[in-house]
Design a protein around this ligand. Structure first.
Ligand code: ACK
Length: 321
């Protein structure tokens, strides 16, 4: 086997510019960032890469069963997990936005598993970041300023800033005619400087919790983030992404709580259809609650566009004055 053969699955000659030789990658095996039924995210260091700067910490994402795949046989041996990773690769090649996870490269040669190399986001997922922030009391931070570095306290203004950044990413994706389908706090990463990056473009998540994805014949779907029309007709549009963004606003307001507590995924559709929506969380402003409620309008056309959401959150932040 030639050591420079490439995956047949949609990897073209022009993709070679993304190729990172495996020998440049040092995978930190001891501290997997995330592991699940679908694959793994590992922390790694890329060395001697001119394109992306000398030494750099990155995230390497792999499909769990990728090693088992006989990549010599075209088509038939590809696992759904690898298919998701490959589609994420092809999608990320064409996007560029400060609030969308950045693709740095890939390892596609057949000497090892397909690896997607992404920028590293030191604070991990927004959901975990929000939940960790609950544990930090302002007094604690004053006493021990170093704790600020580990888990910075989250202010109401930070939450609005996160909402604003994610709405910008939403507006960008909408402009690119891309539908994310799985916008949720677990799929937003937090980089240094509290910069939010929308990630997980493969639809299927690596790590998930109990009622997050409802298993159907079509795979796992994030029921509690899904718009009514996605639940009933499997319709996904930028307006269904707006619905999910509304749930994400609720996650922000509750510092990462699980939506619709006590509601089983099976019951959710009927409940929403009868007009039920989540209550205003404690400490959530009327304005922010009004915004999420608009995102959850039954008629997709009546929901705001991402561009409008950006403006409304901007007004709430008081920027541009
Ligand atoms: O909250 P976390 O630690 O941050 O748990 C998830 C886990 O992997 C599964 O996705 C973490 N993760 C994923 N991608 C990255 C990345 N690019 N940088 C840092 N952490 C990541 C995420």
């Amino acid at each position: 086997h030639s050591n420079m053969s490439f995956l047949p699955f949609g990897i073209s000659a022009t993709d070679r510019k993304w190729e990172i030789p495996r020998k440049w990658l040092i995978i930190d095996e001891k501290t997997p960032l995330g592991e699940g039924e679908f694959g793994q995210v590992m922390r790694a260091t890329v060395t001697s890469v001119t394109g992306i700067g000398g030494h750099r910490v990155v995230a390497a994402k792999m499909a769990k069963t990728a090693v088992m795949i006989n990549r010599g046989d075209v088509g038939e041996m590809i696992s759904p997990e690898l298919a998701d990773l490959l589609s994420e690769f092809h999608l990320l090649k064409d996007v560029s936005h400060p609030n969308v996870i950045k693709l740095l490269g890939a390892c596609t040669d057949v000497s090892g598993p397909f690896l997607l190399i992404l920028e590293y986001c030191e604070h991990g997922s927004l959901r975990n970041y929000l939940r960790r922030s609950r544990l930090v009391l302002p007094e604690q931070q004053q006493q021990n300023p170093s704790s600020v570095m580990v888990t910075p306290a989250v202010t109401p203004r930070d939450l609005l800033s996160f909402a604003w950044q994610i709405s910008q990413a939403g507006a960008y994706l909408c402009e690119m005619k891309l539908v994310h389908r799985d916008l949720a706090a677990r799929n937003v990463l937090v980089a240094s400087g509290k910069v939010c990056k929308v990630s997980d473009f493969g639809l299927t998540r690596d790590v998930y919790e109990g009622d997050t994805y409802f298993k159907t014949s079509k795979g796992r779907v994030p029921i509690k983030w899904m718009a009514l029309e996605s639940l009933s007709d499997h319709v996904y549009t930028s307006k269904s992404d707006v619905w999910s963004f509304g749930v994400l606003l609720w996650e922000l307001a509750t510092l990462g709580a699980n939506p619709y507590p006590g509601v089983t995924p099976e019951r959710l559709y009927r409940l929403l259809k009868t007009g039920y929506r989540m209550e205003k969380p404690d400490n959530c402003s009327e304005e922010l609650y009004d915004l999420m409620m608009k995102c959850w309008r039954e008629d997709p056309q009546e929901r705001p566009q991402f561009a409008e959401l950006v403006k409304t959150v901007e007004d709430m932040l008081g920027v541009g004055m």
